[in-house]
Design a protein around this ligand. Structure first.
Ligand code: AMP
Length: 153
């Protein structure tokens, strides 16, 4: 079991492990393949990470982004840290969103930021965003895990 801010994360949600970070599938992804890179240490802000931890987070996002962009048939990535509550952070544990993007996924490209802020801009495919079941998250995580060589701890 891991901690993501106040939330308990089961091993089955974790598809990537590096020295300082974990890759998690998302409870409420805004688009297919929207995943999170979190620090192993439970600290709220990017500034709370050491240089090694911050570097590891970026390198982890790079590796994870390469995989999700391809596996979800996308052609770009939105890679975002909402660093503090006024920037839209809702879980006080530093994390990077890795979101595969493709042509026409939102009517206006930057609508994704409203969606991230929970304003429920409807994606062009009109899909509703509901919390996913553990089983659904496990299946996605099981699909992604084999793409990575993880550091076990
Ligand atoms: P932020 O608003 O930038 O703090 O992002 C929080 C992210 O965490 C959102 O994408 C949520 O869907 C996601 N989230 C919240 N609770 C969980 C959870 N238990 N497991 C996985 N992702 C979660």
């Amino acid at each position: 079991m891991y901690q993501f801010g106040p939330h308990k994360i089961t091993e089955s949600q974790v598809f990537f492990k590096s020295k300082y970070c974990l890759g998690l599938v998302n409870l409420k992804p805004i688009t297919p393949g929207h995943v999170l890179v979190i620090s192993r240490r439970v600290v709220p802000r990017l500034r709370d990470l050491s240089a090694e931890e911050a570097t590891d987070m970026m390198l982890s996002a790079q590796k994870i982004g390469n995989v999700v962009e391809k596996e979800y048939q996308c052609t770009s990535l939105t890679t975002v840290i909402q660093d503090g509550p006024q920037a839209g952070q809702t879980v006080p544990h530093v994390h990077m969103h890795v979101i595969p993007r493709k042509i026409g996924d939102w009517a206006n490209n930057d609508d994704i930021y409203d969606e991230l802020a929970g304003k429920n801009k409807i994606r062009v495919d009109n899909e509703e965003r509901l919390p996913r079941s553990e089983q659904e998250m496990k299946e996605e995580s099981d699909m992604l895990r084999p793409f990575f060589t993880s550091i076990e701890e």
